[in-house]
Design a protein around this ligand. Structure first.
Ligand code: CMP
Length: 140
């Protein structure tokens, strides 16, 4: 399998509960290298732009409100098949459906406050990484 990069976001529910280190430990233990990382507070327009694909969904407004409610940590993760692998490590979007031992099962509060975001394809990963990082920020 190829070495891939994926975009990860540790969401405001995670930073509020000081879970950055605990989640990062899970990532590194799973073989996902954190090759770029930045903590910031998203503006409303940054959140709306990032989640533009969901703008017709009923939860879009609430999602953008939540994503701007506190700091986030944006990261680039690198590893073998990193896109699919990170989605396995995170677990299902809805923590009620997430498998035992996954980040969302253990940490998420709800389907919205679900602690982490990960890209859903290699193509979207490239777009999402470029939303937050330039190539010089990423050190493998
Ligand atoms: P994420 O992987 O960041 O992608 C879109 C986000 O929308 C998702 O995680 C959830 O946090 C949020 N969301 C809120 N409600 C829903 C829902 N009903 N279905 C899917 N995603 C939802």
């Amino acid at each position: 399998m190829a070495i891939e990069r994926t975009l990860s976001i540790l969401k405001p529910d995670a930073t509020r509960r000081n879970l950055t280190g605990a989640i990062n430990q899970r990532l590194e233990a799973a073989g996902l290298a954190i090759v770029a990382q930045r903590r910031l507070r998203l503006t409303r327009s940054m959140a709306e732009g990032f989640y533009a694909v969901h703008r017709e969904r009923p939860f879009f407004g609430s999602l953008c409100e939540f994503m701007t409610s506190g700091p986030v940590v944006v990261q680039v993760l690198e590893g073998e098949g990193a896109v699919a692998h990170y989605r396995e490590v995170m677990g299902a979007t809805n923590p009620a459906e997430a498998a035992d031992g996954t980040i969302r099962k253990d940490f998420a509060e709800s389907i919205e406050a679900n602690s982490t975001h990960g890209s859903d394809s290699v193509e979207n990963a490239a777009i999402e990484i470029a939303y937050f990082f330039s190539e010089v920020d990423i050190v493998g």
